[in-house]
Design a protein around this ligand. Structure first.
Ligand SMILES: [Ca+2]
Ligand SMILES: [Ca+2]
Length: 205
């Protein structure tokens, strides 16, 4: 009988992807104490390789030679005429690039404005091959890429903002038995409902 896992207080047969590997070896079950042989590490009870030691096993790592690429890492990608982003998914593949792939234009020599970089803009030229080129120079860019997070979070206008922690508590006592404009009790009562995390955003332009 194989090893059982305790799931929700019930002993359950392991459903991980143990692939006939010997205990402690690649694709084999982990050894006592979640250990594996050599350079392997124990990931969900299976010994896996992890070349860049970022905790994401090789087969689920979008780039197993770059420790900065983990799940939900966003990278810049390009098409023939546009720049976009794509994100590393939990299965180790990248999402499709958001860059525009329709690059046809109708008037060689024509110019248009196009968004680029971090909320910037620039000029694109229509080439003799009837294709828009990349933006010449990306102007007026913001400080960060929307959705990017470090100590702060990047807003959708490409500016950093502080992450504001919420207490989850109501800090002001709810008013009760309030008066209406003519001083007569309107019998409205406030109810304080703790909300989720609060992100303060600057006003949109
Ligand atoms: Ca890795
Ligand atoms: Ca990696």
């Amino acid at each position: 009988m194989g090893r059982l896992d305790c799931v929700n207080d019930i002993c359950t047969a392991q459903t991980n992807n143990v692939n006939n590997g010997n205990p402690g070896e690649l694709n084999g079950p982990c050894l006592e104490g979640d250990l594996c042989n050599g350079d392997l590490f124990c990931y969900e009870n299976v010994c896996q390789a992890d070349a860049d030691h970022d905790g994401i096993p090789s087969h689920l790592d979008c780039d197993d030679n770059d420790e900065n690429v983990v799940h939900e890492t966003v990278r810049v990608c390009t098409s023939a005429c546009d720049e976009g982003t794509q994100m590393c998914l939990a299965d180790g593949t990248w999402t499709a690039c958001t860059a525009e792939t329709t690059c046809e234009c109708t008037e060689p020599g024509g110019i248009r404005e196009h968004e680029c970089g971090n909320c910037g803009w620039g000029y694109q030229h229509c080439g003799s091959d009837y294709q828009w080129g990349m933006v010449d120079e990306c102007l007026d860019q913001g400080a960060c890429r929307p959705g990017e997070e470090s100590e702060q979070e990047c807003t959708d206008i490409c500016q950093w903002e502080d992450l504001v922690a919420c207490t989850g508590e109501c800090l002001v006592t709810a008013r009760q038995n309030t008066l209406d404009a003519s001083g007569i009790p309107d019998f409205k009562e406030e109810v304080c409902i703790p909300a989720g995390p609060l992100h303060l955003r600057p006003p949109r332009r």
